[in-house]
Design a protein around this ligand. Structure first.
Ligand code: PLP
Ligand code: COI
Length: 355
């Protein structure tokens, strides 16, 4: 399928921001990629055009029933000056899995990848040059039928926008202070937790705001049935180190199968470390933290990379993990991962793709 290219005129291209003072997701690049779906023609009309507002009827299905999915990945300026992506195909594979769960049409991954590569080539100047910053890439798919009756849409819009970003969390000397959420849940097994659907994030907002109001960085999600098993932390998967053994909640249908999570598991295995995917009971975990058996905790995700957790607040009590210090396991994984992403270390896994 032929890609239509409608680039900005020089006067439409915007001035670049100060890349050393970026916040997360507030600015967008000059261009966007779009393609449209109709039942008669399937996906059609892949186009790169200047970044612009969408024009939608107020009746548009996505605005009422949240039939929407998205992805998040990053492009990096590598030390050799090339622009690199980290496991981009895996994001589009996950997006197609999300599409299936949300009764939306799957798309051709090659067309999406090709659109992304062309978009990045065109907006290369927006990839921040320094380590620690990156270009966050946001593919999304929305239901565009303008009908208020509840049904799956017949028409859809797929688009990709991009935003230069700095760090997601400001992490100082200590790890994040996290509130273990017992009242609200993010997702339940059988629901849409394993899909990257906007509706999951809407469900998480109140708990996260309340945790922040109480002075915590974010909420830790427990399972929706028993409020007993650890699932995720904020918008990240979660890991715990017991000395050199590392554990993470197993994928059970209600948590997002993170690409960073999978990469950490593969990295640890390649180093000969023990890593297990298992059910993690919050009461056992808290006892292990208090007794010093659990020595580290960290979250993982594209936006937040590796974010050390300094303490868990559970049932009114703070449980500091190893004195809240940032531990050696999370530091080693952070370095290994970012060295691969920024092209400072050899990528033995074939995860990176340069443009
Ligand atoms: N869990 C949730 C709820 C997320 O939003 C994210 C971020 O994408 C992750 C986990 C981590 O996934 P990934 O490593 O693919 O970015
Ligand atoms: C990501 O890590 O890509 C996320 O989805 C976080 C986002 C909700 C800001």
């Amino acid at each position: 399928m032929k890609l239509t290219l409608d680039p900005c005129t020089p006067s439409q291209c915007r001035p670049l921001p100060d890349f050393t003072r970026l916040e997360f997701g507030k600015l967008y690049t000059d261009h966007m990629f779009t393609m449209e779906y109709s039942p008669e023609l399937g996906w059609q009309n892949p186009t790169i055009s200047p970044f612009k507002n969408l024009s939608l009827s107020p009746a548009t299905l996505v605005l009422h029933y949240a039939q929407e999915i998205f992805e998040g990945l990053k492009a990096y300026t590598r030390v050799d000056g090339d622009v690199g992506l980290f496991r981009p195909r895996d994001n589009f594979i996950r997006m197609n899995n999300s599409a299936k769960r949300m009764n939306m049409p799957e798309f051709d991954i090659e067309i999406a990848l090709n659109g992304l590569f062309k978009l990045l080539k065109l907006d290369k100047r927006w990839v921040p040059p320094q380590e620690g910053a990156s270009l966050y890439i946001r593919p999304a798919m929305i239901a565009t039928d303008a009908v208020i009756g509840l049904k799956p849409s017949t028409s859809y819009l797929f688009y990709i926008i991009m935003s230069p970003v700095g760090p997601y969390f400001k992490i100082g000397e200590k790890g994040l202070n996290i509130f273990v959420e017992e009242q609200y849940v993010r997702a339940v097994r059988g629901g849409i937790g394993e899909a990257k659907a906007g509706a999951n994030y809407a469900a998480s907002l109140l708990a996260a705001s309340e945790a922040k109001k109480k002075g915590f960085a974010d909420a830790l999600w427990l399972d929706g049935v028993e409020r007993r098993y650890v699932e995720e932390v904020g918008t990240m998967n979660i890991f715990f180190a017991y000395g050199s053994k590392v554990i993470t909640p197993k994928l059970n249908g209600s948590l997002l199968p993170g690409i960073t999570r999978q990469s950490i598991i593969e990295l640890l295995k390649s180093w000969g470390e023990t890593v297990a995917e298992e059910s993690i009971d919050i009461n056992t975990l808290i006892a292990d933290i208090d007794a010093g058996r659990c020595t580290e905790c960290f979250g993982s995700g594209t936006a937040a990379v590796i974010s050390p957790v300094g303490s868990l607040h559970y049932k009114g009590i703070d449980h500091p993990i190893s004195g809240e210090a940032i531990g050696p396991v999370s530091q080693k994984i952070f370095k290994a991962l970012t060295d691969i992403q920024y092209g400072k270390a050899k990528d033995a896994f074939g995860w990176t793709r340069t443009i």
